[in-house]
Design a protein around this ligand. Structure first.
Ligand code: NDP
Length: 448
């Protein structure tokens, strides 16, 4: 049977075994399409059933999370931890708290994480977890009680050498603090079982900044293949959370002009640029007051609020989707390209729908998929684990230099495996480079 047919059958089996998990199917399909052509070179992968095994998580844990709200009412949420692949090291991947979370979302994120973590060159396996809990509109006390209940179950399966969670959507410094406090109380251990910790108690310099900074470094590396940089360019950024904020900060430092931010209700457009001073206001709005991005347009005259809209109709040279999965659909991608956007660096995970990815690849623009472009976050988390194990802390400059080196080496690997007739297909490059390393490790470690 031809190889492409065999891979298609494996994919159909994944769909059958994981019904209704559309985001997981989307993530698997993309990777299988990229790696199928190279499998001819590696008969040992087929013999060891690497594709079939890599699509099946090593372990999936689903648990009840009961907690009491401020009115004394009992609330029930569902918790997940998908330990997808540990061939390269302890499981590593964030926790997402968002009402849209279900098994298919956590599985797509965990699957992507395997290849992303492999690309960083660090010894970390892939995992993801989370809950359908919505931190929005909850008091600090409610968030704390939820986190404590969540950790009361999760602590049984994590640890500095087994599985090391971090943040993601809805899980920032506040949530990591509450989670770590409960972990420490339950285990009587102060160790590196979580990353994204505060700098005062075991965190790494530059962890909050790492994903956003890394996405900008990756864009700069992609632009350098055309003798350009982000300097002087106009950028559209989506989201207004952790990744978006530090993407804007780094773009400002490197001389670009950022004209948009958004949240799930709408987009603000500020053609004067979201300067450092305006960004500081946004950080206070989102991280302290936990307000909505629409308030920006009331505060800064000249800015416009587009209710219910995404940023992709705003003309720009560079786009940094930094909110959530499938936030760029086919029409958005066409509009971006028509308006002159020629570099997309994904801070978010799988923000471009498969049809949108096709548009970018057909137009031969510089398109950096999330598993490569946003790997800076997990890379610095890996460095945090390393610092915790050695009871030491690296300086901000040192971590930044390592982050740049890692992003640069991911870029080089994408170019190595993704070059096609003078064009770099970063999707193919990232998937093949990430996959081959994990597959080799799985072959060497036997059928486990
Ligand atoms: P945050 O919770 O800090 O911010 C998320 C932002 O995205 C908010 O502005 C939020 O708006 C918006 N958003 C969330 N869901 C939706 C939705 N369904 N539609 C539109 N907007 C939405 O999360 P992060 O910044 O940490 O994460 C952003 C993305 O980056 C995610 O895809 C995450 O997986 C990815 N990522 C994060 C890393 C990290 O280190 N934090 C590492 C690698 C990837 P609202 O307030 O309205 O919900």
């Amino acid at each position: 049977m031809p190889l492409s047919e065999r891979v298609e059958l494996i994919f159909q089996d994944v769909v059958k075994r994981n019904p209704g998990e559309v985001e997981f199917h989307q993530a698997v399909k993309e990777v299988l399409e990229s790696v199928a052509p190279v499998l001819v070179k590696y008969p040992e992968f087929a013999e060891a059933k690497i594709i079939e095994r890599i699509c099946e998580p090593e372990r999936q844990t689903i648990f009840r999370v009961p907690w009491v709200d401020d009115n004394g009412q009992v609330q029930i949420n569902r918790g997940f931890r998908i330990q997808f692949n540990s061939a390269l090291g302890p499981y590593k991947g964030g926790l997402r708290f968002h009402p849209s979370v279900y098994l298919g979302i956590i599985k797509f994120l965990g699957f992507e994480q395997i290849f992303k973590n492999s690309l960083t060159g660090l010894p970390i396996g892939g995992a993801k977890g989370g809950s359908d809990f919505d931190p929005k509109g909850k008091s600090n006390g409610e968030v704390m009680r939820f986190c404590q209940s969540f950790m009361t179950e999760l602590y049984r399966i994590i640890g500095e050498h087994t599985d090391v969670p971090a943040g993601d959507i809805g899980v920032g410094g506040r949530e990591i603090g509450y989670l770590f406090g409960q972990y420490r109380k339950l285990t009587r251990r102060f160790d590196g079982a979580l990353t994204g910790k505060s700098l005062n108690w075991g965190g790494s310099n530059l962890r909050p900044e790492a994903t956003g900074y890394g996405a900008v470094y990756f864009a700069n590396d992609m632009l350098s293949t055309r003798g350009e940089s982000v300097q002087g360019k106009t950028a559209a950024v989506s989201g207004s959370g952790n990744v978006a904020q530090y993407t804007v900060e780094k773009l400002n430092t490197l001389g670009a002009r950022v004209v948009t931010l958004s949240d799930s209700n709408g987009t603000i457009v500020d053609m004067d640029g979201i300067s450092g001073e305006k960004l500081a206001w946004v950080m206070e709005l989102k991280n302290v007051r936990r307000g909505r991005i629409s308030e920006y347009a009331n505060h800064f005259k000249g800015a416009q609020y587009l209710a219910g809209k995404r940023p992709w109709s705003v003309p720009c040279d560079l786009a940094f989707p930094s909110a959530t999965q499938n936030e760029i659909e086919e029409d958005d991608a066409r509009q971006l390209v028509q308006n002159g956007c020629y570099c997309v660096s994904e801070g978010a995970n799988m923000p471009s729908h498969a049809d949108a990815v096709e548009v970018f690849l057909d137009a031969k623009i510089l398109y950096g998929p999330g598993k490569a472009a946003n790997a800076g976050g997990v890379a610095v988390s890996g460095l945090e684990m390393n610092q915790n194990a050695g009871c030491m802390r690296r300086s901000r400059e040192d971590v930044d230099a390592q982050l740049r080196t890692i992003m640069h080496s991911i870029h080089e690997n994408c170019v190595k495996y993704g070059r096609e007739n003078g064009f770099v297909n970063y999707v193919k490059g990232a998937n093949i480079a990430g996959f081959v390393k994990v597959a080799d490790a799985m072959v060497q470690q036997g059928y486990v």
